[in-house]
Design a protein around this ligand. Structure first.
Ligand SMILES: *Cc1c(COP(=O)(O)O)cnc(C)c1O
Length: 356
């Protein structure tokens, strides 16, 4: 198979946004990639077309039973003006893992990468170059077959849309306050927590609203069975530094396998900082806090890269971590990861893919 894409260029190009006022995911570039799936034919009609609203049948199955998956990754502008992607192969692998869980036919990862590169080639001027900015890449798949049957669809559409995004930390990296959620559940054993699928996120809005109402930035999710073990924070994986060792919950079938999480673990191993993936209970976190051993905590994900946690409130008890200051390991991880992602630092791992 060859990665030939029909390209229709937009007649009118939009103006580029002011990087100072960019919000997350509100501005989109001139073009998008689309491809369709038809039973018996597979994935067909790869196209790059002007970004525009799409027509959808009101009976399209995604609108009724949420059969959909998505990915999120970023392209950064290097100091030499090249576009840099961070471990994009990991995102496409995960897209197919999500597809499997949602009974969506798999995509050819190598071909999809070629299509993304062609889209970026056309849209590379949209990658902003101000400090902390990037071009957010959102591939997603929806079930388009018009049918109210509760069964996997026979037709799908895949899109890649691109959105220039501003700095996550316009005032510099700073710790946030997190509330441990002990009523609502994000994901349960055997559920869809390991897949990036739409419904997982809207199911978290009410817990997020509760946390925001109490002055916290995000929710920390516990396991859905006993509400005892730490799972994730918001849409990020979570790490604690306890008595010199960095600990993150081990992957189970309700935690999303973050690309940033994997990179943090590999970077810590490279630095010879003790790191372990294991079950960690809130009881253990609280005991470590009371013993003065809870040294740092942070979330990891594509949007913020690393987000230091300055306060963690569980059952009404606030734990203030590292005097609400960003910890040393947290800071080093942030600087090194963003340095590699933006092409400002050497990449000894072969994580980045540069498009000149
Ligand atoms: C996307 C996501 C993450 C972070 O994954 P990255 O690949 O690091 O961006 C963590 N948790 C949830 C629930 C997510 O959706």
């Amino acid at each position: 198979m060859e990665a030939t894409v029909a390209i229709t260029e937009a007649k009118q190009k939009k103006g580029k946004p002011d990087p100072e006022t960019l919000q997350f995911g509100k501005t989109f570039t001139d073009h998008m990639f689309t491809m369709e799936y038809e039973e018996g034919k597979g994935w067909i009609k790869p196209e790059i077309i002007p970004y525009a609203p799409v027509e959808i049948d009101p009976a399209a199955m995604v609108l009724h039973y949420s059969q959909s998956v998505f990915e999120g990754l970023k392209a950064y502008r290097s100091p030499d003006g090249e576009a840099v992607l961070f471990r994009p192969d990991e995102n496409f692998k995960r897209l197919n893992r999500s597809n499997r869980r949602l009974s969506i036919p798999p995509v050819n990862e190598e071909l999809l990468m070629e299509y993304l590169l062609q889209l970026l080639e056309l849209e590379k001027d949209w990658i902003p170059d101000a400090e902390g900015t990037s071009l957010y890449i959102r591939p997603f798949i929806i079930a388009t077959e018009p049918s109210l049957q509760v069964a996997p669809a026979k037709a799908y559409k895949l899109f890649i849309i691109l959105s220039p995004v501003g700095s996550y930390y316009p005032e510099g990296i700073h710790p946030v306050s997190i509330m441990v959620e002990d009523h609502f559940t994000r994901a349960a054993r055997g559920g869809t927590g390991t897949a990036k699928t739409g419904g997982n996120y809207s199911a978290g809005y009410n817990a997020q609203a509760k946390a925001s109402g109490e002055g916290h930035a995000q929710v920390l999710w516990l396991d859905g069975v006993e509400k005892k073990y730490v799972e994730e924070v918001g849409s990020m994986n979570v790490f604690f530094k306890i008595n010199g060792e960095v600990v993150t919950p081990e992957l189970n079938d309700s935690i999303l396998q973050g690309v940033t999480r994997k990179s943090v673990i590999e970077l810590l191993q490279y630095w010879k900082v003790p790191v372990s993936e294991r079950r960690i209970s809130m009881e253990e976190v609280l005991t470590a806090y009371e013993n003065g051993e809870l040294e740092e905590a942070f979330g990891s994900g594509t949007a913020a890269v690393i987000s230091p946690i300055g306060e963690l409130t569980w059952k009404g008890t606030p734990m203030i971590i590292n005097g609400r200051k960003t910890g040393e390991i947290t800071k080093s991880l942030y600087q090194t990861l963003t340095g590699i992602q933006t092409g400002q630092e050497k990449d000894p791992f072969g994580w980045t893919r540069t498009i000149s």
